[in-house]
Design a protein around this ligand. Structure first.
Ligand SMILES: NC(=O)c1ccc[n+]([C@@H]2O[C@H](COP(=O)([O-])OP(=O)(O)OC[C@H]3O[C@@H](n4cnc5c(N)ncnc54)[C@H](O)[C@@H]3O)[C@@H](O)[C@H]2O)c1
Length: 347
């Protein structure tokens, strides 16, 4: 690893982008208790950088390069079309990097980013934060329990109001040059990653997309039928609607041979419920759920704590950029199938 750290030296963090998700990570870093020092922040919307700095203790810098030079590790929290260019700069400087999802518009570009990070020997992590969600960790624990038997099929639904309004305060998600595509790439790459996490690799799929809002290149519905490598099947439904009462809601139903599992409510705190072949049932949520999964999180309860501790310990972080590349492969296959009117595509 370049840029090694000892316990005595806090990791100096810089931010590129000072919007919604940068603010989330900054607060999460504080909550994590990981040893950090606040470095620079740059955002071409200077007022955003100023507000972010005032709340977090970072210093507003005049350029991307200044932030990178002044950091041990950089968070890339810009809109998507900037991720690859900025990651190349951070990696060239030998700095550790946390890059938001999606990494890029295509698998090819995402793979180049992951390979560049690996070649530089730095610690790299992607913002596929559900990998540390208590609800998904507990569901995975229930799936892996031999009592459950094999996963037969999964029904994954994700709906949210189109995030160019409300608390997202963003318009760039309607501009394909900045966001790349719509609900599937921008939002449901999380879901694709969780389908891989819960069930396994996807072998073949078909998909359809639709565009009700009419923003060029921004699909607001994506549905896909999946065949997993181990024989399970599944469906994904992703929709961006105008129902502002539904900000971001997922419901996942996993049918194993002898267990039925449901994740609903909050993405982090559940509840997760299950029913077994012998009539036994369970449901767990909130603090009880968090406590139950603590042993599964290696002491790193949040994604930002994991990133900083991985740097301090001189090891790789989880999930890394290669995990994102595998999700990108599936997303690309879904778009290829949708472009061919739902023709089946190998992943
Ligand atoms: N992991 C998650 O759950 C999650 C949630 C929301 C957003 N995201 C991802 O995070 C990224 C940002 O989303 P957001 O909601 O924070 O958007 P946002 O609009 O709130 O913030 C993005 C900021 O990036 C700034 N920016 C653009 N180019 C820049 C550059 N070259 N250097 C520095 N700053 C630059 C913009 O001015 C803007 O302030 C997107 O890729 C999005 O997909 C991930």
């Amino acid at each position: 690893m370049s840029a090694q750290h000892t316990d005595a030296a806090p990791v100096r963090i810089g931010f590129l982008g000072a919007g919604l998700i940068a603010t989330y990570h900054s607060k999460s870093l504080k909550r994590s208790g990981a040893p950090v020092a606040r470095g620079g922040v740059y955002d071409p919307h200077t007022e955003r950088a100023v507000a972010f700095a005032a709340a977090s203790g970072h210093t507003v810098h005049d350029s991307e390069d200044q932030v990178i030079a002044d950091s041990d590790a950089v968070y890339i929290c810009t809109w998507t079309n900037e991720h690859s260019r900025l990651l190349a700069k951070v990696v060239a400087a030998g700095k550790h990097v946390f890059c938001e999802k999606p990494l890029a518009f295509t698998t090819g570009e995402a793979l180049q980013m992951a390979e560049a990070a690996r070649a530089a020997g730095i610690t790299h992590q992607v913002g596929l934060v559900l990998r540390r969600s208590p609800a998904y960790l507990w569901a995975k624990h229930l799936v892996d329990d031999p009592t459950a038997g094999r996963v037969m099929t999964v029904v994954f639904r994700d709906d949210q109001f189109i995030p160019i309004q409300g608390h997202y305060a963003s318009t760039w998600r309607a501009d394909k040059t900045l966001v790349g595509a719509g609900t599937l790439l921008e939002h449901s790459i999380h879901d694709v990653d969780m389908l891989r996490y819960l069930v396994g690799d996807v072998r073949r799929l078909s998909a359809h997309t639709a565009n009700f809002h009419g923003h060029d290149g921004i699909e607001d519905v994506a549905t896909s039928s999946l065949r997993f490598a181990d024989g399970a099947t599944g469906t994904l439904t992703s929709v961006w609607h105008d129902n502002l009462a539904r900000p971001s809601l997922r419901r996942v139903e996993i049918f194993c041979e002898r267990r039925h599992i449901v994740i609903e409510g909050d993405d982090w705190y559940g509840p997760v419920s299950w029913t077994d072949h012998d009539g036994a049932t369970g449901s767990i949520s909130g603090d009880e759920l968090t406590t139950a999964v603590d042993p599964m999180r290696d002491g790193n309860e949040n994604p930002d704590g994991e990133f900083v501790r991985a740097i301090v310990e001189g090891r790789g972080a989880t999930p890394d950029l290669f995990t994102a590349v595998e999700a990108h492969r599936i997303v690309d296959a879904m778009y290829a199938s949708a472009a061919a009117d739902g023709a089946a595509v190998d992943v």
